[in-house]
Design a protein. Sequence first.
Length: 128
Amino acid sequence: MDESDQEWKIKLSPEQYRILRQCGTEPPFSGKYVHHKEDGTYVCAGCGTELFASDTKFESRSGWPSFWDKISKENIEMVEDRSHGMVRTEVKCAKCGGHLGHVFKDGPRPTGLRYCINSAALDFVKKD
């Protein structure tokens, strides 16, 4: 997506902008989707790209919504992140480049992955 910084500031809430466009992180246990249990699809709050299915969400006790798999590898971009004195893998929306969170190798089977995602980076589409 080719939206300007000013267009993003208009489209997103201040918290969404801070997280999606400035690689911010919401405080643990503060996001609206941490304990969310409805059936449906989690999409990028910036552009609506489908990211995670509710049946891959699990309780990680990390303070952020966690998923053991993504909907499509084409919808997610993985980037090495060396900020804050750590080496991690950042998870970004492949369509708009929005920062979603990070992925770790301490999740459940079958993937062993934990996509640790900020609630403010997500919207939810309830299953009909």
